[in-house]
Write a protein that binds this ligand. Structure first.
Ligand SMILES: [Zn+2]
Length: 238
């Protein structure tokens, strides 16, 4: 492998690695967005469930009362039959007393039932708009989440393709060069080869004077010439 080929491969490796970092950052942003949407969804869902629970509680009380009334009405019918066949004056009077008690209980239960039905209607009416809003908001979040999920999958596959590419490029390079490159990468914060096309080093940000720039360009030997300020290998891509 000649020097220029090695340099080309190293430049590609650097490019791919920078892309990996960028795409991984993007992936992290997407995951943060998902976390935020899930948090929001949970909050809306809790509000909706609490409103619905309030309504269910009243509905359950209404059901209980209805059952109670049916039960008492059956009991009343039974007592009325018993009354027909009372064997003594004393038991007749006792049955009458129980009938009056059951009738009274039914009247009170019906009054309570009517009150609860009004309460239920008011409750349903009062939270109608909010429940509708919450349901729509949750539906919208679910939709956003499913789109986001697909985007995350696409982003993951983008990253893994780039990682495959980086592995492939590394395999073509001699091992000692790879090791040296890794060490330089640590030293130079990931950017070993710095483009100076703009007249400044993209690695350290230093702008060269025109005389300095002209002299660097004149002597530029890719893979040898270094930035006089940060020591990165300089290249001219444009
Ligand atoms: Zn520099």
């Amino acid at each position: 492998m000649n020097v220029m080929d090695v340099l080309d491969e190293l430049l590609e490796l650097q490019d791919v690695e920078i892309s990996i970092l960028r795409e991984k950052n993007q992936l992290a942003r997407l995951k943060d967005k998902r976390k935020e949407l899930l948090r929001k969804r949970k909050e809306l869902k809790e509000r909706l469930v609490s409103l619905e629970n309030e309504i269910s509680k009243v509905k359950a009380s209404i059901e209980d009362l209805k059952n109670f009334i049916v039960y008492k009405q059956d009991r009343l019918e039974e007592l009325r039959k018993q009354k027909e066949h009372a064997t003594s004056r004393k038991s007749f009077k006792e049955i009458l007393r129980q009938i009056a008690k059951a009738e009274d209980e039914i009247i009170r239960a019906k009054a309570e039932l009517a009150k609860l039905q009004v309460e239920l209607e008011e409750l349903e009416e009062k939270s109608k708009d909010e429940r509708l809003f919450l349901k729509e908001a949750i539906g919208k979040i679910d939709n956003d989440l499913s789109l986001l999920e697909k985007e995350i999958e696409r982003q993951k596959s983008k990253v893994s393709k780039l990682e495959d590419r980086a592995r492939t490029v590394r395999k073509t390079l001699p091992e000692d060069i790879c090791e040296e490159y890794e060490q330089l990468k640590k030293k130079y914060n990931g950017l070993v080869f710095s483009d100076i096309s703009s007249g400044a080093c993209e690695g350290c940000g230093m702008s060269y004077s025109s005389a300095e720039f002209a002299s660097i360009l004149k002597e530029l030997e890719p893979g040898k010439t270094r930035c006089p300020y940060c020591g990165r290998f300089v290249i001219k891509l444009r």
